[in-house]
Design a protein around this ligand. Structure first.
Ligand SMILES: C[S@@+](CC[C@H](N)C(=O)[O-])C[C@H]1O[C@@H](n2cnc3c(N)ncnc32)[C@H](O)[C@@H]1O
Length: 280
């Protein structure tokens, strides 16, 4: 039987927002890929390693880790069925045989004890209602001395490119969408370090890393994708068409100068958090 403690998140990610993410997996991977190399390098994955990816979504990081652990294996866990389904399909399409997926709540899932050499996550560890319990549970799956590496969003900087470009919509954003709740829960590195220490990890460090954030291959794709995001749709719903259209026009004009050969690209920063399991 599947154990679920984070029922609000399970509902949200199994609902419209999770389905939208799974249906647009390539666009979300394009958006978040700029931090992949730093994350995987921090996890120092060896060819024989067993790797666990928390909140794996549609599994891009699980698959990239599997390509590093050629004689090992990777497991992705996610609370959302549409994500796991898409992850399995993409993995089969790519012919990867050492990456596997499970649907479950990482806070309470029964992981094999002391089994994994490394745990990674690209933005999948911020949503726990009880983060100390969640990271203790995740830590119990790591072998003694096993490595934890994850990335989480930073609080938006007032002069950051995204803050400037999306300002016309930010002023209309009143509350987080259901899937967005908790998104910033680890954005304070001191809090992340306190949680990890309480959960039995040592040597917790947070490093700011910058990377490209590609919103679309061209301006139309970028604007459509931005306005399709769960948090944006949630907050714009019910507003007069003229207000939404004006915001669209403004965002489009602000994004245009960020046109590069690979598409519409802004720069962004995330926290890369690393720690070591002290379990014996
Ligand atoms: C922001 S998305 C990131 C997905 C993926 N890591 C990526 O980079 O594309 C967050 C993911 O965490 C998952 N998630 C949220 N709470 C979770 C929990 N308690 N246990 C497992 N997965 C969870 C969501 O279903 C979602 O797929």
């Amino acid at each position: 039987m599947q154990l679920i403690a984070n029922t609000q998140q399970a509902e949200a990610w199994n609902g419209h927002e999770g389905k939208h993410w799974a249906d647009n997996a390539d666009a979300f991977d394009r958006l978040n890929s700029g931090f992949n190399d730093d994350l995987l390098r921090a996890a120092a994955i060896g060819t024989h390693d067993r790797v666990l990816d928390i909140g794996c979504g549609t599994g891009q990081i699980t698959r990239l880790a599997a390509k590093l652990a050629t004689s090992g294996e990777t497991t992705g866990i996610d609370i959302a069925a549409p994500m796991v389904e898409r992850a399995r399909a993409a993995t089969a399409e790519e012919g990867i045989t050492n990456a596997h997926f499970q649907q479950g709540d990482a806070q309470v899932h029964t992981f094999p004890r002391r089994h994994y050499d490394a745990v990674v996550s690209r933005g999948g560890v911020m949503f726990f209602a009880d983060p100390v319990t969640a990271f203790s549970n995740i830590g119990s799956a790591l072998r003694p001395g096993g490595r934890l590496a994850f990335i989480v969003p930073q609080q938006p900087s007032p002069d950051g490119e995204s803050t400037q470009v999306f300002a016309p919509v930010n002023t209309l954003m009143k509350q987080p969408s259901p899937a967005q709740r908790g998104m910033m829960s680890l954005s304070d590195p001191a809090r992340a370090q306190t949680i990890l220490a309480a959960a039995g990890f040592s040597e917790a460090h947070a490093t700011s890393i910058e990377g490209p954030i590609v919103w679309g291959r061209n301006i139309d794709e970028a604007v459509d994708f931005y306005f399709s995001l769960g948090p944006v749709r949630f907050n714009l719903e019910g507003l007069p068409d003229t207000v939404v259209q004006q915001a669209r026009n403004q965002v489009r004009a602000s994004l245009l100068p960020y046109t590069y050969p690979e598409g519409i690209r802004l720069r962004g920063a995330v926290w890369l958090v690393t720690a070591t399991s002290t379990a014996s």
